[in-house]
Design a protein around this ligand. Structure first.
Ligand SMILES: [Zn+2]
Ligand SMILES: [Zn+2]
Length: 300
């Protein structure tokens, strides 16, 4: 006996096969219920050879019920892949569905139909929380959503100033998407940090870049975990352990990350204010700035 089991795609082995002919109806019904891509093929065949075990699993009522439940959950969350079912319910053979997106690693893939909702806009790999949960804790990547319109401009500006393949891919990818926020675009935080690193002309500047990135991460976390929406530059600089970070660098990275949402107010001889313009916070913002203004007068 030669050939492959159509269910698991593995080679057939002489002792464990079964030729299904009269049972075709059962297989076709199972396929239809599972909603997989085999139905048409099975309908066109008089008989098929499969592994005994594969047929058992494929037609078992409880297994099919589990698959259907999973499909419903998938539709609700749209983030799980068939691989997930496979790993959860061991031994159940489920054909890899067409739902899985093709790998995005090659430059030949058209960037115009890039799915921002499920993939990191920097590395092009899958970016969803369910997927990360399946990974060992230490390999899990934090996923961030694009939340400002200016994010695209900042990234484009950096990418266009470079000539490496990755930057070209990113330029093409986000160039096609008018509104990254509406597209629910997302990215791995690490990929963004990596992207922000200037291309290394040598190893000299590198440790410092990393220190800056780490310091900025601390500042971002401080801002995002704070109820305030206005800070002084000095206050933010005190947050990070790396006290060497200069004002210009902090301001630059704040602009890169928050775009239009951040307003930096500076007057020579005065404190520099970093304010966030989120509609929700406008009132709070005013109250806060009045308070801060009073204390500012005292400070001078
Ligand atoms: Zn098989
Ligand atoms: Zn990524």
């Amino acid at each position: 006996m030669s050939g492959f089991c159509i269910i698991c795609k593995d080679p057939l082995t002489a002792s464990e096969n079964v030729i299904v002919d009269r049972g075709m109806k059962t297989l076709i019904a199972a396929s239809a219920e599972r909603g997989d891509e085999f139905t048409d093929y099975l309908k066109s065949q008089k008989s098929v050879a499969v592994h005994v075990q594969c047929r058992k699993n494929y037609t078992r009522r409880t297994t099919i019920a589990a698959v259907k439940r999973q499909h419903e959950e998938d539709q609700a969350s749209t983030s799980k892949t068939t691989e997930y079912i496979e790993s959860k319910t061991k031994n159940i053979i489920i054909p890899r569905g067409s739902k899985k997106s093709p790998p995005r690693t090659t430059a030949h893939v058209s960037e115009s139909d890039f799915c921002f909702k499920n993939h990191c806009l920097f590395c092009g790999n899958e970016a969803n929380k369910e997927y990360e949960k399946k990974r060992a804790q230490k390999y899990r990547r934090k996923i961030c959503m694009v939340s400002t319109l200016s994010f695209k401009e900042s990234v484009l500006k950096i990418a266009q100033s470079r000539s490496d393949d990755n930057s070209k891919t990113i330029t093409a990818r986000i160039g096609f998407e008018h509104d990254l926020v509406a597209a629910e675009a997302r990215y791995h935080r690490n990929c963004y940090i990596y992207f922000l690193k200037p291309p290394t002309g040598g190893k000299n500047g590198r440790p410092r870049d990393e220190a800056v990135i780490l310091a900025m991460e601390e500042i971002f976390a401080y801002i995002e975990n704070s109820d305030d929406c206005q800070f002084t530059l000095g206050e933010l600089k005190r947050v990070c352990k790396n006290s060497n970070i200069d004002n210009r660098t902090v301001k630059l990275h704040l602009k890169l990350k928050y775009g239009d949402k951040v307003i930096i107010t500076e007057k020579p001889g005065h404190l520099t204010f970093i304010s966030f313009t989120d509609n929700h916070y406008t009132l709070l913002n005013q109250a806060w700035s009045e308070k801060k203004n009073k204390s500012k007068r005292r400070e001078i």
